[in-house]
Design a protein around this ligand. Structure first.
Ligand code: XMP
Length: 319
């Protein structure tokens, strides 16, 4: 019978077999998937693994610090922390189309990796935390003939020029299984239970052009929302909760002045695997509290709305 301990042992053997004595580079995104993949691979091949954490400036508040300390200090896994936020922000200037954002970010990731791979001295393999739903959603949509809904940038292989083979030990797993594997590998439950976060990060939560200023504004609103969710004890009941920042300005009033600022959307859904999702039914007092705090505490936002769309017909992310 299938067990997580059995899966772990089998994958470790498989990774050793695939990799031999070669070096592996693993892209850490800060999320659960790539962290679990990295731990599993580290268990298999030790310091043949180097993790590269590309900070694209599109992460949530405090996320970069958490990842670096978990890997370097807690697990003593070699970790290269690349702050590439200027490169990503400059490249995103003027891009408003969601798929173009993904393509640019995916491409820039590969460029940074390629540069790191060279510095490390020729890693033959690249590890990724690709899950089963990533594989199928990127290929086609079950409702019709091969329509790509969103091109997840962590799927689809690598440009031939990199000449690296992929190690993707989580390709058969769903999210809940990855979490169980994470616990099995000794990751702190609070880390394993974190909500999924997309590779393109805040870029796909800012419809329209992405700027550093918009990212900073969104990070603040998102942190308040998540803090309220944690305080209310709801975090673990929710699959994903996040704020989005709309490129729309509306009129408001604060003190005796008129404001003309952006709209913040709040999203929270329940789901088993991210393929379908239901809206989380917060009570209105909770939503009012979030709206009041965000408008009072975040400069540049004067209106908050709650997204009541399930998936389908909506997607979880707004882009
Ligand atoms: P959607 O928005 O397609 O999201 O309903 C389903 C799940 O996938 C995540 N997501 C992404 N993850 N790269 C990723 O690594 C992406 O481009 C991407 N787009 C969406 C989303 O956060 C949700 O968990």
């Amino acid at each position: 019978t299938w067990s997580m301990a059995g899966f772990r042992a089998a994958k470790i053997a498989e990774i050793r077999e695939q990799v031999g004595k070669e070096k592996v580079l693993c892209g850490l995104s800060g999320g659960v998937d790539s962290s679990v993949a990295a731990l599993l691979i580290h268990e298999a091949i030790g310091d043949q693994l180097t993790c590269v954490f590309v900070d694209h400036g599109l992460l949530r508040q405090g996320e970069a610090e958490q990842v670096v300390s978990l890997f370097r200090e807690h697990y003593h896994i070699p970790l290269v922390h690349v702050d590439a936020s200027d490169v990503f922000m400059a490249g995103l200037a003027g891009i408003t189309d969601p798929e173009k954002k993904r393509k640019f970010i995916g491409g820039a990731f590969i460029d940074v990796f390629e540069a790191e791979a060279k510095k490390i001295g020729g890693a033959r393999f690249l590890a990724q935390g690709t899950l089963y739903p990533d594989v199928i959603e990127s290929v086609s949509f079950t409702g019709g003939p091969s329509v790509t809904i969103k091109s997840h940038h962590n799927v689809g292989g690598l440009p031939a020029r990199m000449n690296m083979a992929l190690v993707e030990p989580l390709r058969e797993l769903f999210k809940d299984e990855v979490r169980r594997l994470g616990v099995e590998l000794g990751l702190p439950p609070a880390f394993v239970g974190r909500h999924p976060f997309p590779g393109p990060g805040l870029a796909i939560r800012i419809p329209g052009e992405v700027t550093k200023e918009a990212c900073d504004t969104l990070r603040k609103a998102d942190a308040i929302y998540l803090e309220e969710i944690r305080k209310a004890g709801l975090y673990d009941d929710i699959w994903q909760a996040f704020a989005v920042l709309l490129p729309v300005r509306t009129v408001g009033v604060m003190g005796d002045g008129r404001t003309y600022d952006k709209v913040c959307g709040l999203r929270a859904v329940t789901s088993v695997d991210g393929m379908t999702a239901d809206v989380y039914p917060f009570d209105s007092a909770f939503l009012s509290r979030c709206a009041t705090r965000i408008v009072n505490e975040v400069q540049g936002i004067n209106r908050v709305v709650y997204d009541y769309t399930s998936k389908p017909p909506g997607t979880i992310e707004w882009e």
